[in-house]
Design a protein around this ligand. Sequence first.
Ligand code: ZN
Length: 190
Amino acid sequence: MQTQTLLSEILAYNESFVKEKKYEEFETTKFPNKRMVILTCMDTRLLELLPKAINVSNGDVKTIKNAGALIMHPFGSIMRSILVAVYELQAQEVLIIGHYDCGMSGMKADSIIEKMKHKGISEETLQTLSYSGINVSDWLHGFTSVNESVEHSVDVVKKHPLMPKDIPVHGLVIDPKTGKLDLVVNGYEK
Ligand SMILES: [Zn+2]
């Protein structure tokens, strides 16, 4: 059982991590030293590359991640996290960082739905959702251009009715191989 092995490995490692006080080098506060909140993609290639490429370490920033660095809804959990970071955790700038070669770029909802069916999700379930007003296909839809997607997210944050007007919102796209950033929206100019 692969999953059981994975979990027991994690727990065994964790025990020695705590025992040997390896956490000490990570000690910091809940307030970001660099006073910013970053929304980026959950892509595995960005896990260490992104912080290194922008020179942030533990304690420096608030990070929010999801598939595609997308803000699906102005009153969804991503936007709420950004507002909490700004009002409660002293973030003074917002960075939206998409990346090239993102899985959400050109993602085919139909192919995911096919896989769901393969895993035993019934046609009936999908139909029930559809009758309840949930269009699973639309809901799973990604984006076609990462630049446009980042611009759109910047816009959602910038124009949000609960967002303070003096918070710059920047939009960037990172290369998941080299870590090079391309500026899409300079929040100081908007
Ligand atoms: Zn991605």
